[in-house]
Design a protein around this ligand. Structure first.
Ligand SMILES: [Zn+2]
Length: 236
């Protein structure tokens, strides 16, 4: 019941609810006592979803053309955000060491709320993190970022026995592998793009996320990172 109430609350109301609930002697939820709740005093991130997307793509253009600004990485920024964060974008990206979000989008400390897992799969924990990043911290865009020659997608296609818990990740990619078998051409790329789209639809199963989208406070897009050029292309 409590979860349902929180699901349908706006971010502002969530803070109010926290104060009211504590005042009324109710059990406080985990969200309102989290230290991340305090926004940076000098945060000036009042971007719209479209401007947030533009900011990301411009950053990637700087990166891929070797004209990085490397913003927000100095001592001032460190102090500025020490007491609270107000990132403008959330990333659900692959753990691949060649695709570090802050670098490929040329951003700095406190700019991105990054969730990384092999194969950029949306598990309940990843979705919960994205809900936190958007609803509580106020990020304006979620980009599900897959990439060229992804080892997790390749392993899902090969579908061989794997040790430990690796299979739990591959299981989450499998549905699109089966669907991609009829594709002609580059099966790995086609499956990677199908996986990006599938993970977007899984993230959208969250009422918290869909409410933010419906109210114009959030957009969710897909991106495909080219390992050779460093360019992120939007996935339609
Ligand atoms: Zn990968």
């Amino acid at each position: 019941m409590k979860r349902k109430i929180i699901n349908y609350m706006s971010r502002r109301n969530l803070f109010k609810f926290g104060a009211t609930a504590v005042g009324a002697g109710l059990v406080a939820t985990k969200l309102e006592i989290h230290p991340f709740d305090v926004p940076a005093a000098s945060a000036k991130r009042t971007l719209t979803p479209d401007l947030a997307i533009a900011e990301l793509l411009q950053g990637n253009q700087r990166f891929s053309t070797h004209k990085m600004k490397q913003p927000n990485r100095g001592a001032f920024r460190l102090r500025e955000i020490a007491s609270g964060q107000k990132p403008f974008a959330s990333i659900l990206g692959c753990s691949d060491s060649r695709v570090p979000a802050e670098m490929v989008f040329d951003q700095g400390l406190g700019d991105l709320f990054v969730v990384r897992v092999a194969g950029n799969v949306a598990t309940p924990e990843q979705i919960g993190s994205l809900e936190y990043g958007t609803l509580v911290l106020g990020t304006k865009v979620i980009i599900v970022l897959g990439h060229e020659r992804c080892g997790a997608v390749q392993a899902a296609i090969e579908n061989k026995p794997v040790p430990g818990k690796i299979g739990s990740i591959l299981d989450r990619i499998q549905p699109v592998v089966i669907a991609s078998r009829n594709q002609t051409g580059d099966l790995l790329k086609a499956t990677t793009i199908a996986n990006i789209k599938n993970q977007i639809s899984i993230v959208k199963s969250s009422p918290v996320i869909t409410d933010l989208i419906k109210n114009g406070n959030l957009k969710i897009i897909g991106g495909f990172y080219d390992l050779d050029t460093g360019i992120v292309t939007q996935v339609a």
